[in-house]
Design a protein around this ligand. Structure first.
Ligand code: ARG
Ligand code: ZN
Length: 466
C-alpha cells in the first residue's frame, strides 16, 4: 500500500525509466504518470491535436454579448490512455480564467495554440475537464488565406471550424481522428437566433437572453462544429427519410436573402437521392445556415451545412454528400482530404447526371480530355499533399472526383454502388485512412487496385489511363 503511494509521487515523464527499478521492488506500484503529447503528427498540420487521451464528449456553454465578446465554459469528458501528469488542449486567442480537472483546480499555461493543463492529481481513466474562458474570439487565417474559426457578421458571428478554426471558440483536441459527441448551448440577446449542430433540445428565454441548446449525438470531428449567431429567420420542418424515418430540419436564413424556399424544398429531395446512393442518412437532424458572411466557401458543418449566400443546387448536393463522406466517415489525417472532397464532387456529377446533365462518364471524359498533362488539375496528387494550402485545391476536388468515376468505370456500376454503401455503413462515426478505402474497393471488386489508386491519387502527373 504505502509502496504504491511512494511510487506514484515520483517525478514525471522524463524520469519514468529510472523509476522502473523501484517498481520492481514494489510490484503493486502503478506506473508513474506521464505527460500527454502536444501533436498527433498530422501530415499537414503538425501543430494540431494532442495525445494521451481521447475526448468522449464536449459540453459547450457560450454566452454572446452584443459587443462581440463571449463568456464560456467548455466541459470535456475524456478517457486517458495512461495516467496523465499533464495534458494539452488546442486553443487560439481568448482568455482562460479557470481550469478544473475532476472538480479540482488545475494549473495551466498557454504556449502558442496549446493550453497545457497540470491537474492537482494525475488524471486517469475517464476524467472531466472544465475550462472557463472569455474574450473576443479571433478569426483564424488558413494556409490558403481563407478565414475560418470565429467570423463576426453584421448582426452576430459565425464559427466555421474547418480545418482548424474550432480552437478559436472552444478548447479541444483539434484533430479529425478524435471524434466526440457534443452539447452546445448558445446564449444570445433574445432578438437573435443561434444555430449549432444536431437537434434542438430546448430554447429558453429569460432576462432578455435566449439559450439555444443543441445536441449532436453522433460522433463529430471538431472541424465540423458550428455556431451561427445572428438575426436569422428560422424555419422548422419535418423531413421524411427512407424506411419511414422522420427528422426535423432547422434552417437559419439571413432575412435580406429572402426565404430560400427553393433550397429548403430541395434539401429533402437531395437527402432522399443521397440515401438511395450511399445508404441511410447518418444523423438525426438537418437544415442549413444561409447568410452573406463573406468567407467565399460553403461548409459541411455536421447536420447543418453553412452557405455563404443562397446556394445553387450543385453546392447544396455537395455539402449534403459530405454528411456521409467527411462528417460520418471522417479522414484521420488532413492528407486524406480527398476522401471528403473527391466524394462530394463525385456526388455533384451523379446528381447532375440524374437531373438533365451529362452522364458521369461524359463529364469525366470532358475534364480528362480537356486537361492535358501540363494542366494544374493534376498537381499535386490528391493523396500526396505536402502543402496545407493545397487542401481545398482543384486536384483534391476535381482529380479526386475523377478518381471515383475512373474507379466506377473499372469495377462497374453495381460494385461501385456496393462499395460506397459499404464504406459509409462500415465506417460510420469513425476516422479513416485512404488505405482502408483501397482495401475495401479491392475486396468488393475482387481486383488488385494498387496500381490504379497509386496512379490516380499519388503520382503528381496526369494518370495515363482508366
Ligand atoms: N470543405 C468545404 C467544402 O467543400 C470547403 C472549405 C474551404 N475552406 C478553406 N479554408 N478554403 O465544401
Ligand atoms: Zn466539399
Amino acid at each position: 500500500g504505502s509502496g504504491a503511494l511512494a511510487v506514484s509521487l515520483l517525478p514525471l515523464a522524463p524520469m519514468a525509466a529510472s523509476a522502473a527499478p523501484v517498481a520492481t521492488v514494489a510490484p503493486a506500484a502503478a506506473p508513474a504518470p506521464v505527460a500527454g503529447g502536444t501533436t498527433v503528427n498530422d501530415s499537414l498540420f503538425p501543430e494540431i491535436g494532442n495525445t494521451g487521451y481521447d475526448v468522449r464528449h464536449y459540453k459547450i456553454a457560450l454566452a454572446y454579448a452584443p459587443d462581440g465578446s463571449v463568456k464560456a465554459t467548455t466541459t470535456i469528458e475524456a478517457k486517458a490512455d495512461k495516467k496523465l501528469s499533464s495534458f494539452s488542449l488546442d486553443l487560439e486567442g481568448l482568455e482562460v480564467d479557470r481550469v478544473r480537472v475532476e472538480g479540482r483546480d488545475a494549473t495551466f499555461a498557454r504556449t502558442g495554440t496549446k493550453l497545457v493543463v497540470t491537474p492537482a492529481k494525475a488524471a486517469g481513466g475517464t476524467f472531466t475537464v472544465v475550462v472557463k474562458y472569455h474574450g473576443k474570439p479571433v478569426t483564424h487565417i488558413d494556409p490558403d488565406g481563407a478565414q475560418d474559426g470565429w467570423v463576426p457578421s453584421k448582426t452576430g458571428a459565425t464559427a466555421l471550424s474547418e480545418p482548424v478554426g474550432a480552437q478559436t471558440w472552444f478548447p479541444n483536441n483539434n484533430t479529425p481522428r478524435d471524434k466526440a459527441t457534443f452539447d452546445v448551448a448558445l446564449t444570445v440577446p433574445k432578438k437573435l437566433a443561434a444555430a449549432s449542430n444536431g437537434v434542438l433540445r430546448s430554447r429558453k428565454t429569460s432576462g432578455g437572453r435566449t439559450t439555444w441548446s443543441w445536441r449532436q449525438k453522433q460522433p463529430m470531428a471538431t472541424y465540423l462544429s458550428l455556431a451561427a449567431i445572428g438575426d436569422f429567420d428560422v424555419y422548422r420542418s419535418t423531413v421524411k427519410l427512407q424506411h419511414g424515418r422522420k427528422i426535423t430540419a432547422w434552417s437559419f436564413v439571413q432575412p435580406s436573402l429572402g426565404k430560400a424556399e427553393a433550397q429548403r424544398k430541395l434539401l429533402p429531395k437531395v437527402l432522399a437521392f443521397s440515401e438511395k446512393q450511399y445508404g441511410r442518412y447518418p444523423f438525426d437532424g438537418t437544415g442549413m445556415v444561409i447568410q452573406d458572411l463573406g468567407v467565399g466557401y460553403a461548409l459541411e458543418t455536421q447536420t447543418r451545412p453553412f452557405f455563404d449566400g443562397v446556394p445553387d443546387d450543385s453546392t447544396l448536393v455537395h455539402e449534403l454528400a459530405h454528411q456521409w463522406f467527411g462528417d460520418s466517415v471522417t479522414p484521420r489525417d488532413w492528407g486524406d482530404i480527398w476522401l471528403n472532397e473527391g466524394f462530394a464532387t463525385y456526388a455533384e456529377a451523379n446528381w447532375a447526371a440524374e437531373h438533365g446533365g451529362p452522364t458521369t462518364w461524359q463529364a469525366f471524359q470532358k475534364t480528362y480530355d480537356g486537361n492535358d498533362a501540363s494542366s494544374d488539375l493534376w498537381k499535386p496528387a490528391p493523396n500526396a499533399l505536402e502543402d496545407p494550402a493545397d487542401l481545398f485545391g482543384e486536384p483534391v476536388y476535381t482529380r479526386g472526383g475523377l478518381t471515383l468515376e475512373a474507379l466506377r468505370h473499372r469495377i462497374g456500376d453495381a460494385k461501385m454502388k456496393t462499395l460506397l454503401r459499404a464504406w459509409s455503413k462500415n465506417q460510420a462515426g469513425r476516422s479513416v485512412r485512404t488505405s482502408q478505402f483501397v482495401a475495401l474497393a479491392e475486396k468488393v471488386s475482387d481486383q488488385d487496385l494498387g496500381w490504379f489508386f497509386r496512379s490516380w491519387l499519388e503520382v503528381p502527373s496526369k494518370p495515363a489511363g482508366y
